[in-house]
Design a protein around this ligand. Structure first.
Ligand code: S3P
Length: 423
């Protein structure tokens, strides 16, 4: 449970420069693909968030040494044949990406493993990866209700190559199958109904197949930077710059959406390492207007949609978010949780099966919020952003989950001028 000490308010505009932890998605892949290289992979910019730590810990149990020094890591890859059977269950913590992509790697290992996770992960559907991986040769020995963790699986070698038409656009599903393909006979290919984030494809192109040890830089996480950009768009007069943020086009839907709402996000100092583009991002506060978000745009902003709804609460006019049914099976049911959170601050929201309608008004008097984030870091951070501009008295349970992706969230906001809300 968090206390009001974790809740910040903005006494004036937020200003200055900040850096956010490394991109969580790229960090998982650097650790996992680094583990499969023959040799040492030097990783820079790695996040200290709990999700990436879960991946490092799990690969330690599989025989891969990961030496960490701040945001640097040396991953002692063991090659495609070097993982060893774990002596204990592999605890993936809160991280769905760890568990799902790991299942793809375990599919190709000639041993059994048990995967467990926290309360939230235990409710997340695994059939989406178990079914195609089963066709490739993975055996599920135990699963709660046939699909939920804890899971016990046994891999096989070689696997059978799979040409898979995925019913959902999911980077976790795509990555699990593509990585299983490293141990498969014949072609493995994934077609998806929309292009989900393509970090696995880019990293495989950088390292080659089989992967060869080369340095990997992890740029700042746009999904974390978005909260600081969002804070600047909520607090009048703000002007902030976030340095070295990944701007892979499969991830930049949030930037396109806030521009459609009337903000302008300036990208400077563009750079590219290991096929991942990055830039510094600058944003100044301005009044936003409501927007329509659906289709491909919703997919490219998937993890940021609760934040879009939060900004929409202060925009002029109605915002409609659709085609986002996947939000119901994230760390929490993010459609229901976002609606609950915004209503607790006095914002009218309609909930739909696949999205939300937010009735925005920059002049509406807010009430202090009261939300249980239910172990979901992004809902807790959205509630903290609303608290920046709401009257004192907000309470957020479950805010400790913020450490899964953005342990320096409060420190970054303080650095830009936010202060503890009065008790
Ligand atoms: C991720 C993929 C996304 C995203 C998640 C991280 C990844 O899920 O929501 O936070 O690193 O592969 P999908 O599998 O729905 O694309």
């Amino acid at each position: 449970m968090s206390t009001s000490a974790d809740i910040l308010t903005a006494p004036g505009p937020l200003t200055g420069r900040a850096r956010v932890p490394g991109d969580k998605s790229i960090g998982h892949r650097a650790l996992m693909l680094g583990a499969l290289c023959d040799g040492v992979v030097e990783v820079t910019g790695l996040s200290d968030g709990e999700d990436n730590l879960s991946t490092a810990r799990v690969f330690g149990q599989l025989g891969v040494r990961v030496e960490r020094d701040g945001d640097r890591a040396r991953v002692h890859g063991v090659g495609l044949d070097g993982l060893r059977a774990p002596a204990a269950p592999l605890d993936c913590g809160n991280s769905g990406t760890t568990m799902r992509i790991l299942l793809g790697i375990l599919a190709g290992q000639p041993f059994e493993a048990t995967l467990v996770g926290d309360h939230s992960l235990t409710r997340r559907p695994m059939r989406r990866v178990l079914e195609p991986l089963g066709r490739m040769g993975l055996t599920v020995l135990a699963a709660r209700d046939g699909t939920y963790p804890p899971l016990t699986v046994r891999g096989a070698r070689p696997l059978q190559g799979l040409v898979y038409a995925s019913p959902i656009a999911s980077a976790q599903v795509k990555s699990a199958i593509l990585l299983a393909g490293l141990w498969a006979d014949g072609e493995t290919r994934v077609d998806e109904p929309g292009l989900s984030r393509d970090h696995t494809e880019r990293m495989l192109a950088w390292l080659g197949t089989p992967p060869a040890a080369r340095p990997i830089h992890v740029p700042g996480d746009l999904s974390s930077a978005a909260f600081l950009l969002g804070a600047a768009l909520l607090v009048p007069g703000s002007d902030v710059v976030i340095e070295d943020v990944g701007v892979n086009p499969t991830r930049t839907g949030f930037l396109d959406i806030v521009e459609a709402m009337g903000a302008s996000v300036e990208r400077t100092a563009p750079r590219e390492k290991n096929h991942e583009p990055a830039a510094d991002l600058a944003v100044r506060w301005r009044e936003l207007r409501g927007v329509e978000v659906a289709g491909e745009l919703a997919l490219r902003a998937l993890d940021e949609l609760p934040l879009v709804a939060t900004l929409a609460a202060r925009a002029r006019g109605v915002t409609r978010i659709r085609d986002a049914r996947e939000l119901r099976v994230k760390e929490s049911d993010r459609i229901a949780q976002t609606a609950r959170m915004l209503r607790s601050f006095g914002v009218p929201v309609d909930e739909h099966e696949d999205g939300l309608t937010v009735h925005g008004d920059p002049d509406r008097a807010l009430t202090p919020g009261d939300i249980d984030a239910d172990g979901d870091h992004r809902i807790a951070m959205c509630a903290n952003l609303m608290a920046l501009i709401a009257p004192a008295g907000t309470s957020i349970a479950g805010a400790a989950s913020i450490a899964t992706s953005f342990p320096s969230f409060h420190a970054c906001l303080r650095g830009l001028g936010a202060v503890d809300a009065p008790r």
